[in-house]
Ligand binder design. Structure first.
Ligand SMILES: [Zn+2]
Length: 270
């Protein structure tokens, strides 16, 4: 193992420890039952060992869904999945179906059917969803959205590269499922005015970001659900509790930094 991967492992361990710490520091029992409609963002639903904090076990996910399904429909959050892993289809889809719910999945079109390139760990790679599985989810009433073509941070791209990310992923998915694709989730939650302008030009009607909403309401802030979240955290998210929103913001900032560093390391290694 070279020094770069040792450093990478160290960073992951540091992030893991830090997330455990902040989870306990920020934990608050808040349950005033004033849930506003929100988007909950999940990533991986798996029991596999993973150092990342974006993994939720099927057992915990089932508890979340049980809670969500029991809410009145006007207070029920949208259950959303970023990155489009196979476990969205294999684990989340059957659990949501069991409770009569559907979800939405934001797919990285160049990654379809491939192993994840930026998040591999000691325990192997995670696989991205197959196109046939995307079609099946669409047929089952799930919303299919774009998570861009290659999952780059959109705010650092040239105008032509930005248009390519937004437009080709949309066209690809529309062609695959035979339905309009009008939603996008921004990688790392990153967007600016130029990103929003091109989104509108190519026909997106709605976007979500794990970091913030936009003034005009085009971008809704989605609320990430992490590995250590308990029922009280889920309730605090749905209540838009300020401390929970701050906790999510902080975790997002650190995770984004880690992933971006990993991208840079991969690039430097060629
Ligand atoms: Zn992503």
């Amino acid at each position: 193992m070279n020094s770069s991967s040792n450093f990478c492992s160290f960073r992951r361990s540091a992030l893991f420890g830090w997330a455990v710490f902040i989870n306990f520091v920020c934990f608050q029992k808040l349950d005033n039952q004033t849930y506003m409609q929100s988007v909950l963002s999940y990533h991986k639903i798996t029991s596999r060992v993973d150092f990342g904090i974006c993994t939720r076990t099927p057992k915990d996910f089932r508890k979340d869904v049980e809670f969500i399904a029991a809410l009145p429909s006007e207070k029920r959050p949208i259950v959303s999945f970023d990155d489009g892993y196979t476990d969205t289809y294999e684990a989340a889809f059957p659990i949501l179906s069991e409770y009569g719910l559907t979800g939405q999945v934001f797919v990285i079109t160049d990654a379809i059917g491939k192993p994840n390139s930026w998040d591999a760990n000691f325990f192997g790679e995670f696989q991205h969803i197959e196109l046939s599985q995307v079609r099946e989810l669409a047929q089952a009433g799930w919303e299919i959205g774009s998570h861009t073509k290659t999952h780059r941070a959109l705010t650092v791209l040239s105008l032509s590269a930005l248009r390519e990310e937004l437009e080709t992923s949309k066209w690809f998915l529309e062609d695959a499922i035979g339905q309009p694709v009008t939603s996008i989730s921004f990688p790392f939650g990153k967007f600016n005015e130029q990103v929003l302008q091109v989104c509108r030009e190519v026909g997106y009607e709605r976007a979500i970001s794990i970091s913030r909403r936009s003034q005009d309401g085009f971008v809704e802030r989605s609320l990430a659900v992490y590995r250590f979240d308990r029922r009280a955290h889920l309730k605090a998210k749905l209540n838009k509790n300020k401390l929970e929103l701050w906790r999510l913001q902080t975790i997002n900032a650190f995770s984004t930094l880690t992933v971006l560093m990993h991208h840079i390391n991969s690039f430097n290694r060629g």
